[in-house]
Design a protein around this ligand. Structure first.
Ligand code: SF4
Length: 385
């Protein structure tokens, strides 16, 4: 499949307008999470931001025409960064590059951090979008999965964002949590939509290797949600979001018109992006993908380039990625962007799914139907090489 990783920096650089910055600090670990973050390193925040500024300088040429279209500060928990460091970060960005007038600038936040005081810290930064990990509005489940906040804090946080003038708010929810009933989930979706948010991401719980939740599954302490219930939950999600005029623009993402995540859409459209920070990934839009190693101490200590692994994608890997990312979106796979050989390959494996109305072709795009979404993983793996 892919050409083996080298441990040196890639010789080619991406030319992008999209920046991701990873802030790998969390106060505590949620039991389902496999993102790179540490609970031990908060004393490293100053030196980490210094290292981020060094990496920005190192990669200043990666930004096309020095213009930035979207920035996403993710984590970890970026809302843990003290105000002075957040400002230093944005000052450094704005010294090196120019933000488009209508740039989308998102910061991820935990609801318990989103207070009027924290929102005041955002003044003077270009942040205009907040993505909050609500996960559920059931306090029993929040405590079970190790979240630090309760439902009331999420509701208050959304209200506080609006009072501070930030309207572009996205919430994350998780369905299929152990012990979560259909009624619990319906209440979660209703509650989220009642908060007048602009964007909703809803993910099925997955049991990622190495997480506490996965160990609990192996030990028989929790069970996976039955497929039938999961389907009902997803069906309800689609119905409720559609009634609230949200567009279902990616399998797990729903937005009011004009409020889709432009940053995440760049990933799904295969555009290049620059990832900064320990554990961040970059893509040059062609064949090269670089992953900064998830090691905060090594990242801070790096003198020249930061430790990373670079993968050169083969034709097969590129095709697979194209299928996987595009089919997840409402637009689907643009068949005319495939080579003749790949198009024929893709259509031959799509045929049975087209016959069963799990896939459809609209304007030369191969798309999942509503029914096909439920078996999207199987369909995607059928179409891949
Ligand atoms: S879900 Fe978010 S807050 Fe929880 S451990 Fe993962 S990165 Fe940290």
């Amino acid at each position: 499949m892919s050409i083996p990783a080298s441990t040196s920096s890639p010789s080619r650089r991406c030319e992008t307008e999209v920046i991701y910055i990873h802030i790998p600090f969390c106060k505590s670990r949620c039991i389902y999470c496999d993102f790179y973050s540490t609970t031990l390193g908060q004393e490293f925040m100053n030196s980490y931001v210094e290292a981020l500024k060094r990496e920005m300088l190192l990669r200043r040429q990666y930004i096309k025409g020095s213009r930035v279209h979207t920035i996403y500060i993710g984590g970890g928990t970026p809302s843990l960064l003290p105000a002075n460091l957040l400002h230093e970060l944005f000052d450094a960005i704005q010294r090196l590059w120019t933000l488009d007038e209508n740039a989308e600038v998102t910061i991820e936040a935990n609801p318990d951090d989103v207070t009027a005081e924290w929102l005041k810290c955002l003044e003077g930064t270009p942040v205009n979008r907040i993505s909050m990990g609500a996960q559920t509005f059931c306090d029993r489940l929040l405590s079970f999965i190790g979240r630090r906040h309760n439902a009331r804090q999420t509701i208050d946080a959304v209200k506080a964002c609006k009072e501070s003038g930030i309207e572009n708010i996205s919430l994350d929810l998780i369905y299929g949590l152990p012990g979560q009933t259909l009624e619990d989930w319906q209440r979660d979706v209703e509650q989220a939509l009642s908060l007048d948010i602009k964007h909703l991401s809803a993910y099925a719980l997955s049991f990622e290797e190495g997480t506490k939740l996965d160990r609990m599954l192996q030990q028989g302490l929790v069970e996976e949600t039955e497929e039938e219930l999961s389907r009902k939950m997803y069906n309800y999600l689609m119905k409720a979001t559609s009634e609230a005029n949200f567009l279902h623009y990616e399998i797990s993402n729903f937005a009011l018109p004009g409020f889709h995540s432009r940053h995440n859409s760049s990933y799904w459209e295969g555009k290049p992006y620059l990832g900064l920070g320990a554990g961040a990934h970059s893509y040059d839009g062609q064949r090269s993908r670089r992953a900064n190693l998830p090691d905060i101490k090594a990242y801070i200590a790096a003198k020249d380039d930061v430790p990373n692994e670079t993968e050169l994608l083969t034709d097969e890997a590129l095709y697979n990625e194209f299928i996987m990312t595009r089919l997840r979106t409402r637009k689907g796979i643009p068949l005319n962007e495939l080579s003749e050989e790949d198009r024929l390959y893709c259509l031959s494996f799509a045929e049975p799914h087209l016959k069963h109305k799990l896939l459809s072709i609209q304007n030369e795009h191969l798309c999942l139907t509503k029914e096909g979404i439920f078996t999207s993983n199987d369909i995607i793996s059928d179409l891949m090489k």
